[in-house]
Design a protein around this ligand. Structure first.
Ligand SMILES: Cc1cc2nc3c(=O)[nH]c(=O)nc-3n(C[C@H](O)[C@H](O)[C@H](O)COP(=O)(O)O)c2cc1C
Length: 224
């Protein structure tokens, strides 16, 4: 790719509320990409009414890797193909992606499109998985979640689909009331951070998210 070409990005937002922190971070990521010269397609899965449930039209036909899927899925496939970089922004649910995003992968990253060809169509694309976690940064669950995401998203899905680069990021402290399990399994919910401390908390959160996006866009060895 010449550096004069317009770069393209797909931001996949997986959240049911447009006023969520997740949606906020997704919108900031869109702006950040645009400022970096990308043409951005924001795919708001819930806002666009995406149904994560697998259906007959979109299940793979193992005898036909050229199967034509539902118009909705074919449209999403075109949007994936058009993007050089893909950034998924989602809340971490049970140490993984929410069902909405999982269903998008199930239906759209289909046989004959995302995998199952000697020349993978997603080869050369780069992907960042940006997960917001309610747990606090010092919670021992955070590295465990990171390992889970690396294994399931990068080492499994992205590897299987021939993506050239896939990275996961866990952003802890997404809640204003810190939560942790105590030694006997009760959920301790701390006091909400308020006022200037709250502003500082979320400003730091935004900076951390933006830094991860910057790092992703300027990988070692690839000039910006
Ligand atoms: C069903 C569900 C499961 C969750 N599982 C986890 C989890 O495994 N680890 C974690 O740190 N936070 C977990 N959380 C907290 C969310 O990650 C957190 O509420 C979210 O990132 C906050 O962003 P939002 O305001 O945009 O929803 C869970 C929340 C819900 C609703």
């Amino acid at each position: 790719m010449s550096h004069n070409d317009t770069r393209t990005a797909l931001v996949v937002l997986s959240h049911h509320r447009s006023d969520s922190l997740t949606a906020h971070i997704a919108r900031r990521t869109v702006t950040q990409l645009e400022d970096a010269g990308y043409t951005v397609d924001l795919l708001d899965l819930h806002g666009e009414g995406f149904d994560p449930r697998m259906n007959t039209a979109d299940q793979p036909d193992w005898n036909d890797r050229d199967k034509v899927f539902s118009p909705e899925v074919e449209d999403h496939m075109r949007r994936v193909l058009a993007a050089e970089v893909i950034i998924a922004v989602f809340p971490i649910y049970w140490a993984y992606v929410p069902a909405l995003l999982k269903g998008w992968i199930d239906r759209v990253w289909n046989y004959g499109f995302a995998y199952g060809r000697s020349k993978p169509r997603l080869a050369g694309k780069r992907m960042l998985w940006l997960g917001l976690a309610g747990a606090t940064a010092d919670d021992g669950i955070i590295p465990a979640i990171k390992t889970m995401l690396d294994t399931q998203l990068s080492a499994s899905i992205a590897y299987y689909c021939g993506l050239s680069d896939s990275r996961t990021v866990v952003l802890p402290d997404a809640e204003e009331r810190p939560q942790r399990l105590d030694a006997v399994g009760n959920l301790e919910i701390g006091a909400a951070v308020t006022g200037a401390a709250r502003d500082a908390h979320f400003a730091a959160f935004e900076r951390t998210a933006a830094q991860h996006v910057t790092d992703f866009l300027t990988p070692v060895g690839i000039p910006a």
